[in-house]
Design a protein around this ligand. Structure first.
Ligand code: NAD
Length: 417
């Protein structure tokens, strides 16, 4: 009998499997991607925060990964960590969650604890996962088996906070389900917080990410306003941040990336509309953040225009193309629409990123430069998108004839967003 089976071995599932293995639990993983499974079996990690050595240590401690769901049989606890993306029309795509629940259903037993960790709208655990599990298993959630939601709060690249020292919220279908989930996570996490139910736990995660999204939209909008007013917003933010209470710092940038912050608010927007209401501020924040790549390109045109040049035929060096600093994740990176917009006006786009060996936009690779300082000197405009710690920003700005700093990460000599 296994202690834990994890469905979906990506950015959230793999660290969970690692921490559970480290806690001495017997863990298995199921992922539909056979390449992911083969890599793990060969001791290779595909996730930034998990090293190859971690994977080898997990395997040595008994962890097994499989591309077929029979591995889910006879596990005490099963945690679902599959993606929750959007359909092309912007509505929630719960296909992976449904397929994971369908694959799991024949394997659950009386007493099994099933936890959904994928970020989703309130009601998913009860209205989507529960009926799938009950129909195929013939047993009842809350009476025969336990069902709960626990939001994943992982922050890729964060060295200070991980699964162990970030409080874990759990919401159960019944108090008994919550107890079972709290007992399980208590083996791995330092602190467990009980929500009133699954919906409150689902909402807590959407609140956390929407809070970030809305506040980023606020400073992004203020960046545009401040530029028009001739104000250095980054300086104003640094001043405001000295207030010891009532203010949390958010910084503007070229747009919001990753597959959480820009995506999760749409789950809330959709659910609010389905219930006959509107999450107006959330919708507006999405609009503002999604307009930032266009604004970056407009500012790039301004900076070149100031030197009597246009974007057409200009060599534009993009510095750092991942969605976040010091990680290799390209999902929803604003660099992608920026490349698209620059190509539309026939600019010659090149990029540098120590974390990205190949950057393909709309099927066409962006040319990669090896020596960033030399490339900055040879470009017409250098656009700082991601301040990876490895960069010497002063050296880049000194070499470049013109720099547009979208992150406020340079001291002087660059045009700000
Ligand atoms: N990455 C983060 O920083 C983060 C943080 C908090 C919450 N989340 C949420 O966690 C969930 C998972 O995100 P992730 O970043 O781990 O995704 P991911 O894409 O890194 O990993 C998901 C894995 O699930 C597998 N998969 C997809 N469908 C499957 C199925 N039906 N059965 C089995 N395996 C399946 C995929 O092959 C993939 O390996 C999402 O809801 C996301 O919003 C992610």
């Amino acid at each position: 009998m296994r202690d834990l089976a994890v469905i979906g071995l990506g950015y959230t599932g793999l660290p969970l499997a690692r921490e559970a293995t480290r806690a001495g639990l017997c863990v298995a993983g199921y992922d539909v991607n056979a390449r992911v499974v083969a890599g793990l079996e060969a001791g290779r990690s595909h996730v930034d925060d998990v090293t190859d050595a971690d994977v080898r240590a997990m395997c040595a401690a008994g962890f097994t990964a499989a591309a077929e769901p029979s591995v889910l049989a006879s596990a005490h606890t099963v945690v679902i960590c599959v993606p929750t993306p959007l359909h092309a029309d912007g509505t929630p795509d719960l296909g992976p969650v449904r397929r994971a629940a369908t694959a799991l259903a024949p394997h659950i037993d009386v007493g099994t604890l099933v936890v959904l960790e994928s970020t989703t709208y309130p009601g998913t655990t009860e209205e989507v996962v529960r009926p799938i599990l009950e129909r195929a298993s013939g047993i009842v959630a809350g009476a025969d088996f336990h069902l709960a939601f626990s939001p994943e709060r992982i922050d890729p690249g964060n060295k200070d906070f991980g699964l162990r020292n970030t409080p874990k919220v759990v919401g159960g279908l019944t108090p008994g389900c919550a107890q079972a989930a709290a007992a399980f996570y208590g083996k791995i996490c330092g602190s467990v917080v009980m929500a009133k139910g699954t919906r409150e736990a689902e909402m807590a995660k959407l609140l956390e990410n929407t809070y970030r999204n809305v506040n980023i939209a606020l400073v992004n909008e203020l960046a545009v306003v401040a530029h028009d007013l001739g104000v250095d917003l980054w300086d104003a933010i640094a001043c405001a941040a000295t207030k010891p209470f009532g203010f949390q710092t958010f910084r503007p940038g070229p747009g919001v990336g990753g597959h959480c912050i820009p995506v999760d608010p749409d789950y809330l927007v959709h659910r609010a509309r389905a219930a006959g209401g509107r999450a107006r501020l959330v919708e507006l924040a999405q609009d503002i953040n999604r307009s930032m790549p266009e604004y970056v390109v407009r500012r790039a045109a301004d900076v070149l225009g100031g030197a009597g040049r246009s974007l057409r035929g200009a060599v534009i060096l993009l510095v750092g193309v991942t969605y976040k600093e010091n990680v290799s994740d390209l999902r929803e990176t604003p660099a992608r629409p920026i490349v698209r917009l620059l190509r539309d006006v026939s600019a010659d786009v090149v990029y540098h990123d120590p974390y990205v060996a190949r950057f393909v936009v709309d099927g066409e690779p962006v040319a990669r430069v090896a020596d960033i300082v030399r490339a900055a000197a040879a470009s017409d405009l250098t656009v700082l998108l991601q301040p990876h710690a490895a960069y010497d920003m002063d050296a880049i700005v000194a070499a470049a004839p013109r720099t547009l700093d979208t992150r406020g990460c340079t001291r002087s000599g660059a045009a700000l967003l």
